[in-house]
Design a protein around this ligand. Structure first.
Ligand SMILES: *Cc1c(COP(=O)(O)O)cnc(C)c1O
Length: 390
């Protein structure tokens, strides 16, 4: 026997001992306000389907039409023959949606982030990143072999010190706009001004902001008027508010051409399913035109935060569909999630290493598919948890 089998046994045992063992649940319905998981019905506060588009009949119909025309798989990578009319149209739509010269579609956000960072930074360059950036951005940094400097979350003074300390090298500053696990916003105006002053290039991952923030759901950069000259690279994903799968990078003509030529995670993977591209095009139309979805979401966020204030629980940004309730210890957050499940409420318990040790939390995500009554039920259940009764 090789070393492998005993090593796997040891590793799994240590996971279990540390309360870090992950179990997948089996969902039997599409994402939505109500879901069935392992045979039980729940109100779901765990999905990133912020606008409630994943199961929208028009999005589903676009997907079906796409599958009839193009089949299921794209058949090849984009540079061989996997790139279809559907992808080309989606890229045109995204350029209009983001107000940027061009966009490039990827099979996932993880791959888009690998592409951006490894294409734009190499061994002699410096990456300066918010400490709470998504794991895909950290993996991308390691793969790029650039020097990686991280700054404390949202701390622009610390960012400036790192910019000062690295003058003379090429700097790429990378941040999310709406942070996925804390639901807070990066101070993008200040970050963009620092990058301009120190001649650093800025990359903003808008995975959670696309569809949710900005005029027509265009994201934080559009809201702040930060175009391609100031923030050359915008990343967005289709798997969150757009209810699909895949991602895009938007920026200048030369940025997109460079990605097509050089990004290994673009070339060496099968192109996104064209039917998904068709579904995302429809979702973009709904996201842009049905602003009532954003308005309803905003009113649910306000209702949830109002409820939390009454029971004295601190809350995330008032514009964020992601509301993080930090418990601290892993056991206590697991117990809280379990008690909510017993009440028919499904909320994700997020533990290290996804978040820093000692900051385990419930991550409540609100969507336009929820009703105010469902949000009230959650607030009441949280109040009971607080009171210690079960
Ligand atoms: C979800 C997410 C990604 C990854 O996107 P996928 O399409 O799910 O691979 C990247 N960045 C951030 C900030 C995310 O939240």
């Amino acid at each position: 026997m090789s070393w492998l089998a005993p090593e796997l046994t040891r590793r799994l045992a240590s996971r279990a001992a540390g309360n870090r063992y992950r179990h997948r649940v089996i969902r039997e319905t599409g994402p939505g306000a109500e879901v069935q998981i392992n045979g039980q019905r729940y109100v779901d506060f765990s999905s990133n389907d912020y606008l409630g588009l994943a199961c929208h009949p028009r999005v589903v119909a676009a997907f079906q039409r796409g599958a009839e025309r193009y089949g299921v798989g794209s058949g090849a990578s984009a540079l061989v023959s996997g790139y279809c009319r559907a992808h080309a149209r989606l890229e045109e739509d995204l350029a209009v949606f983001t107000g940027r010269p061009r966009a490039l579609v990827f099979s996932s956000g993880y791959l888009a982030n690998l592409a951006v960072v490894t294409t734009l930074a190499g061994r002699r360059d410096t990456l300066i990143a918010d400490r709470f950036n998504h794991a895909s951005l950290i993996d991308a940094a390691l793969l790029s072999r650039a020097r990686l400097l991280r700054y404390p979350h949202r701390d622009t003074l610390a960012l400036e010190r790192r910019l000062q300390a690295t003058e003379g090298s090429r700097r790429l500053v990378v941040t999310e706009s709406l942070f996925s696990m804390d639901g807070d916003l990066a101070p993008l105006g200040r970050i963009a001004a620092l990058c301009e002053h120190y001649h650093a290039a800025l990359v903003v991952d808008e995975a959670h902001a696309i569809g949710v923030l900005g005029p027509g759901g265009q994201g934080s950069l559009a809201e702040l008027g930060l175009g391609s000259e100031v923030v050359p690279v915008q990343i967005g994903t289709f798997g969150k508010a757009l209810g699909g799968l895949g991602a895009f990078v938007a920026g200048s003509e030369d940025l997109i051409e460079t990605m097509i030529q050089d990004a290994r995670s673009y070339r060496y993977t099968t192109a996104l399913a064209p039917a998904i591209a068709e579904a995302v095009r429809e979702a973009l139309v709904l996201a842009r035109t049905e602003s009532w979805r954003r308005e309803h979401l905003r009113s649910l966020i306000a209702a949830f935060q109002g409820g939390l204030s009454e029971i004295g629980i601190p809350k995330s940004d008032r514009r964020s569909p992601i509301q993080a309730l930090v418990f601290g210890e892993d056991d206590s957050v697991l117990e809280a999630a379990e008690r909510l499940r017993r009440r028919g409420l499904f909320v994700a318990a997020i533990r290290p290493p996804t978040v820093p040790i000692g900051s385990a939390r419930l991550r409540v995500s609100l969507t336009a598919a929820h009703t105010e009554g469902q949000v009230t039920r959650l607030v009441e259940a949280l109040a009971e948890l607080r009171g210690g009764s079960s």
